[in-house]
Design a binder for this molecule. Sequence first.
Ligand code: ATP
Ligand code: MG
Length: 581
Amino acid sequence: MATLPAQMRLSQILISTLREDPADAEIPSHRLLARAGLIVKIAAGVYTYAPLMWRVVQKFAQIVREELNREGANEVMLPIIQPKELWVASGRWDRYVNDGIMFTLKDRKGTEMCLGPTHEEVMTTYVNAQVNSYKQMPVNCYQIQDKFRDEIRPRFGLMRGREFIMMDAYSFDADVAALDAAYQKMRNAYCRIFERCGLDYTVVQADSGAIGGAGSEEFMVIADSGEDSILYCQQSGYAANVEKAASKLPDAPNGGEPKKMERHATPDVKTVAQLQAFFPGWEAGRMAKTLLYHVTWKAKVKVIAVMMRGDLEINEVKLTNTLDALSVRLATDDEIKAATGAETGFAGPVGLRDDVPLIADESLRDRTNLLCGGNESGFHCLNVNLGVDCRMPSFKDLRTARAGEGCPISGHPLQQARGIEVGHIFKLGIKYSKAMSATFMDQQGKPQPFVMGCYGIGVSRTPAAAVEQHHDEKGIVWPASIAPFECVVAMLDPKRDEQVVLAEQIYQKLKAAGVDACLDDRPLSPGAKFKDHELLGFPVQIFVGRRAAEGFTEFLLRRGMQKSEVAVADLTAQVLAALGR
Ligand code: ATP
Ligand code: MG
């Protein structure tokens, strides 16, 4: 068998499947990838990819390349180490450092740098130096490289790493119409990429987050273990991340003609549910809860009061965006006491300290005779009218949309699903090019900022998401396009010449037919091989055993574990058919 390249023989490939699930694995993909020995943890959120997993990642990366190249994107490689000054120029250093997401370091001269969590700054600097005229555009460059983010909760194996592989692309155009076209091309490429991986995915409207910009969509792989929540409507096709989603405001009874405010002692009555029991007949929709938030901006921090209708919830992403803040969090008991004079549970707009800003959700506009906290421990107020009994708050959309509420387009009840974000596309506009003075000469010879888009795909996360959708109790069921090998040919007894010879012949024929096959020549028991292949999830598995002399093999399709005996003469055709070729 000297003709066989070593890397196609499993005896030459480092494979170490484990008997036990790792203790820290909470979701199927983490459990299975670790048990199959495909990923090995080095530190929290930092993994080594074993040889078979690296094949998976490379196959996925190749699909990404093919589809992006087809749209005219250029592959480049940018540095991982980035100087702080670029991030100061774009205005993002503080936000990323404040979030704690950035790995920073200093060189021997004390110059501050970071390990790239994303590459807008570096790419903008690069393209700005190369492109001077509108005639050189459109430009779209991408790379496939490690990214570094000190995530608060690295978990779920490859899903949320601190070092992970990303494809990040950046488009540069002369005007908004050209950006729209570039964005659409990337969106189409993304659809083809995830379809080629056999993934059930959906495209949802997304929050633009720390990257900023005009419009953005996320590609979500539907899975119960997904960290994102999606609201969608089959009628209208509306789909959005719950961070961004809108819905029709649910009805709630209003209070009628404004009445005189009353103050009531409500000892130990703090929550909406407790208030409903204490004031029978006051529905949650007639209450206004007031939450105190600690808000951080670039140059200041402040505690502010946020009002929401009692039956609805505050969306902290919308709140952060509305305030143009770096971050928000609920105020602590001490901060609440300092701002309102009351214990937690009694905050309200009446008598709120003048220096505490007051904002309210749109759901409270034109509402009368509300039930609110009394801003005094153990007291609530009935019949509060905003602008009469207290300051008039400014009204904003701060509400979390929920399943069952009306779709903003069709009015039909929104449905909910969980998703894994595998890709994200943004229209950035001139946010970065303006901040970084990155310009080109337009047709009139005038300098204009580049109109940019940026696009990311989780190159290590997507294969994990594929496992999340494609596995069973025995192990992984790889989609053929990203499987480490499409087909394994296993000799059950490598000491028997007829098995060795036949397996080799089958393997050679499959290779000649264009199948990405490997040969399992390891000196293991048949039982151990069956188990390994179930776990490792090769889509097509051929076992050469006792009936080798008669020209028969055992043929197994990993999906559904369908077994049959197939004559050697029919094998190649069967394998090709199973792979859909
Ligand atoms: P998330 O909301 O999951 O934290 P993000 O919105 O911060 O992700 P982007 O900046 O949009 O991520 O990055 C582009 C893509 O990179 C994401 O769509 C995702 O597939 C992948 N990705 C982001 N963070 C991680 C991570 N910590 N580990 C693995 N993949 C990641
Ligand atoms: Mg994202």
